[in-house]
Design a protein around this ligand. Structure first.
Ligand code: 5GP
Length: 192
């Protein structure tokens, strides 16, 4: 998606070669006009697919998921990061290793919101090692729901998550795919 690639080039900040900061339009301040274009693009890519729920993860996926859901006309569920040691029985849960902090935490979704008849589209801001997306896939599988695919805003294709998840037969659509990045050389997109 050209508009997004241009924005990343203009406003993205590379930290240590592994982390891309996009706080000025995606992760802190949010450019809602850009979000609308992102939502439309996910709708175009998944046009013809039946989607009944969009599932994302707290917190940075929520804004993108909500705007995208307007084009699909379906509810959004965000998996909550579980803060207590005990997980109550009426939730689906899985484990995620945080890319930015390295810590492992549980994510949960209440059983009342995800059902076997649901057709679920996953949405997230970044795909790096794939742990967040795998955690969401596990929740969908636990619920016995159908996984339609995933929509990712920025995939760092030089990290292993994309290949890991596509190898499982899951459809992953990423709007900007970064082949390489460095503090000195900037960002190179796949296919550029
Ligand atoms: P993964 O689980 O695929 O390793 O990482 C995905 C999650 O980590 C995303 O939900 C996102 O919040 C965060 N993340 C991974 N890489 C980056 C990055 O380069 N920049 C930012 N801002 N977040 C990232």
């Amino acid at each position: 998606m050209k508009l997004l690639e241009e924005r990343i080039r203009k406003d993205g900040k590379i930290k240590g070669g592994e982390v891309l900061k996009v706080d000025s339009f995606l992760n802190h301040q949010m450019d809602v006009g850009l979000f609308a274009e992102i939502g439309k693009e996910f709708k175009r890519l998944y046009d013809g697919c039946t989607v009944t729920k969009i599932l994302t993860i707290e917190a940075s996926g929520i804004g993108i998921a909500c705007v995208t859901a307007q084009y699909f006309n379906v509810p959004v569920i965000f998996a909550k990061k579980n803060k207590t040691k005990n997980i109550a029985g009426d939730v689906y849960s899985s484990k995620v290793e945080s890319f930015t902090h390295g810590k492992v935490y549980d994510i949960i979704v209440a059983k009342e919101f995800l059902h076997p008849e649901d057709k679920v589209l996953l949405i997230d801001d970044f795909l790096a090692n794939g742990s967040a997306l795998m955690g969401l896939i596990t929740l969908v599988r636990e619920a016995g729901a159908t996984l339609v695919g995933a929509g990712i805003v920025i995939e760092k294709a030089f990290q292993p998550g994309g290949a890991l998840i596509r190898d499982q037969g899951v459809r992953v659509e990423s709007l900007a795919k970064i082949a390489a990045m460095s503090e000195t050389g900037g960002v190179t997109f796949c296919g550029a």
